[in-house]
Design a protein around this ligand. Structure first.
Ligand code: KG4
Ligand code: ZN
Length: 339
């Protein structure tokens, strides 16, 4: 079954065609990074206008790369939310129109569920349940237990900022570019990760929730205190120490979750922050013996993309094929509750 998915929840205009939730035939992403780098973050109105300009070219390129025409596409999928409403609406309107004109079934997908399914894309073996996924992006930060497809138990989420958001805000504080994650990890290569002892916030004993706002404030205090002394060397040291703190926090929480549910067979990383090399390396040391660790096969599947939406939609469809029809009535939702 070939699903064409559209994702426009933030600042990527993305379209993909994926077969049976697994084989990626095309994964086109028009990034707006250069546009938003000027403002150091995403301006929703500017993002939405760019989606309008990019939507049709991205769709055309996707069909061409996959060597498909509309008759080859069995079903459509769309990110319904959460995300920026003005961005989401460009995707939902486009998908609704195609669904009507081409008379194709349209499956709405929750964005975080999409990230979770990024691990199914081109997986070389069968994924086994139960599993725990740590999904960490700019907008969300959760530990989720899955006992089966589309069966989600949220074990913990952030009480304030997501880890990706902390990367972005600290990068801005340090005078680095947008997005913050890649900028911080690049500069951290030249820094001393033990130069600053930032707080590893684990909250109360046994808690699987997260909190990163205190860390952001701690970095701000250090930068303020350094004042004139702040230079390139200290910038790299702060970046490295901050990155190590976030990574240790995430790895510790994932390990705690795995120990609480010893029946889990796999641990997954997903979301933009799962592109982080230090996180991938460090987490290997935290995984209890006998549990398989997975992260998305490609960096392009970590950050926002439409292939993950197509994969999530496929498994949604298989579970409940009668539920979906041609749909011209899908409106954006900013709720996390759809999970
Ligand atoms: O999944 P995503 O593209 O968008 C959301 O759903 O939020 O994630 C974007 C986030 C940004 O905060 C970005 O700084 C972070 O992922 N990110 C990284 C890395 N690459 C992207 N964080 C740490 N290390 C990276 N290499
Ligand atoms: Zn995302």
């Amino acid at each position: 079954m070939k699903i064409l998915a559209i994702e426009t929840s933030c600042d990527e205009t993305a379209c993909a065609i994926v077969e049976d939730g697994h084989n990626v035939l095309a994964n086109i992403i028009a990034s707006q990074i250069d546009l938003h780098a000027k403002t150091g973050g995403v301006v929703p109105e500017i993002a939405a206008r760019e989606h309008v300009l990019k939507m049709i070219p991205v769709l055309d390129e996707c069909l061409s790369v996959a060597d498909c025409n509309w008759d080859d596409v069995d079903t459509l999928a769309i990110t319904r939310g959460p995300g920026l409403v003005s961005s989401l609406i460009i995707g939902t309107e486009t998908a609704s129109v195609i669904s009507y004109v081409k008379n194709k079934t349209l499956i709405p997908v929750q964005h975080v569920v999409g990230h979770i399914y990024s691990n199914w894309l081109e997986a070389e073996d069968e994924i086994e349940f139960p599993l725990i996924v740590l999904t960490v992006s700019g907008g969300h930060n959760e530990l989720i237990l899955m006992r089966d497809h589309h069966n989600f138990e949220v074990l913990g989420e952030t009480r304030d900022d997501a880890a990706g958001e902390a990367f972005d805000k600290v990068a801005r504080l340090l005078g680095l570019g947008y997005p913050g994650g890649p900028a911080i990890s690049k500069i951290a290569e030249h820094g001393n990760a033990d130069a600053f002892a930032f707080p590893i916030v684990l909250l109360e004993k046994g808690s699987l929730e997260f909190s990163f706002s205190g860390l952001k404030t701690a970095v701000l205090s250090v930068v303020k205190e350094l004042g004139e002394k702040f230079d390139k060397k200290l910038q790299a040291d702060i970046a490295a120490s901050f990155q190590k703190t976030v990574v240790t926090t995430l790895a510790t929480k994932l390990k705690m979750a795995a120990e609480k549910f010893p029946e889990v067979k796999e641990l997954h990383l997903a979301g933009g922050v799962s592109a982080n090399t230090l996180l991938r390396e460090t987490i290997k040391e935290y995984v209890p013996a006998g549990i398989k660790l997975r992260y998305p096969k490609s960096i392009a599947y970590c950050t926002d993309n439409a292939a993950m939406i197509a994969s999530a939609a496929y498994f949604q469809y298989v579970l409940n094929p009668g539920l979906y029809t041609s749909n011209t009535n899908i409106t954006p939702s900013t709720s996390f509750k759809m999970l």
